[in-house]
Design a protein around this ligand. Structure first.
Ligand SMILES: [Zn+2]
Ligand SMILES: [Zn+2]
Ligand SMILES: [Zn+2]
Length: 152
């Protein structure tokens, strides 16, 4: 698990300045744990705590944290780039279940792909570093509403 202090320490170690504006950005970022957030959402959250923080600080901080592998960019095919916090102990990215009706994204923490990875590495002579799995369908809310009807 990353906490605020670990991120701040890692930034300082890397030679990045941790200004009060950057600190607020990181504080708000931590409230988005297990969520998929856009830079705009992060900006709105930061603005509530400190109206002096500019969009460029947010962008720059997000960019640095992405370079450090502490957050990753995600694309859920809805036209927005979103980010999420990476856990230090996360070996492979977790999977996402995407509802085609309401756009909800559900986290799936289990990998379940170990057998497939082993087979690929053996049969294809290929070393796997990571993978991203997106599963499309209907969440329980949407499935309940459209039950009996045909999905469009
Ligand atoms: Zn895996
Ligand atoms: Zn849904
Ligand atoms: Zn996720």
């Amino acid at each position: 698990m990353n906490n605020e202090k670990q991120i701040v320490d890692a930034l300082r170690k890397r030679g990045n300045k941790v200004t009060p504006q950057r600190l607020v950005t990181i504080e708000v970022l931590m409230t988005f744990r297990e969520q998929h957030f856009s830079v705009e959402e992060l900006f709105q959250g930061v603005k509530q705590r400190n109206p002096d923080v500019g969009m460029s600080t947010i962008y720059r901080t997000v960019q640095i944290l992405e370079e450090m592998g502490l957050i990753t960019k995600r694309n859920f095919d809805d036209g927005f780039a979103r980010y999420e916090l990476c856990e230090l102990d996360e070996k492979h990215w977790h999977h996402h279940l995407i509802c085609l009706k309401c756009g909800k994204v559900i986290e799936m923490q289990d990998d379940f792909l170990e057998a497939l990875e082993k087979e690929i590495e053996e049969k294809k002579d290929f070393i796997i570093i990571n993978h991203e799995l997106k599963v499309y369908g209907y969440c329980s809310d949407c499935y309940a509403i459209t039950k009996g009807d045909k999905f469009d």
